[in-house]
Design a protein around this ligand. Sequence first.
Ligand code: SAM
Length: 207
Amino acid sequence: MSKKKAVTERRFRGITIPTKSHPAIRRIRRQGIEPSIHGDKFWGSSCLLIDYLHNNPPEHSKRVLDVGCGWGLAGIWCARELGSKVTSVDADADVFPYLQAAADINGVSTKQLVSRFEKLNKRTLAKYDMLIAADVCFWDDLVDPVSNLVNRAVSAGVKQILIADPERSPFFDVAERAMKRHCAEIVEWKTRSPIKSEGAILVVENA
Ligand SMILES: C[S@@+](CC[C@H](N)C(=O)[O-])C[C@H]1O[C@@H](n2cnc3c(N)ncnc32)[C@H](O)[C@@H]1O
C-alpha cells in the first residue's frame, strides 16, 4: 500500500503557508528550536486576519506592527500583498527562525523584534499605522497586557488596530474594555476555503 504524502504547504489569499512537514520547517525543528509560548505553528486566527484585510483593504498600511507574531504569516501577507513595511514582534525569540523560513518561502522580509507586549512603549508604537495580532488573548493573564497595549497604541496615534481570535473568553474581556474606551467593534469572521477558520476580530479605528 502506498504511503500518503504529507502536505508541506498551503496557499491562502496569495501567500504560501508552510506546514510542520515543510522541509525548511523540519530543518529548524531538527536543530532543537522549539517556541515555548504557543508560537509553535501557524494559528487559524491569522487566516481570519488575512481574509478580513483581503476583503477590507486598510487605508493606512505603510508601516505595520504584527504583535505576538509567531510564524508571522499575517505580517508576511501585509508585506507581500499590501507592500507594507512590517515589524514582527514576539516575546519568544525561538519563533523567529520559523518566521524567517516562512518569509523566505514568500519572498519577503520583515523586521524582527523580541519584545513583550508590555515593553512596547508609545514612542515605538507611534512609528506604525496599523497594529495587527492573531490569537494573543489565550490566557487570563494576557487581558491586562493586551488591553494596555491597545490603549497605548491608540494614544500613540496608531490608526487601526486589529486583533483576531477564535473567541476565547479573555479576548472578549479585551474587546469589552476597548469598546468602552475607544471607537471599537467586534466583527464575526469566518473563512471556508482553502482553509477553514472561525472567530472574531476586534477592530479599533483611530484615524
Ligand atoms: C497562539 S500564538 C499565535 C501566533 C501567531 N499570531 C499566529 O496566529 O499564528 C501566540 C503568540 O504570542 C506570543 N506571546 C505570548 N505572550 C506574549 C507577550 N506577553 N508579549 C509578546 N508576545 C507574546 C507567543 O510567543 C506566540 O508566538
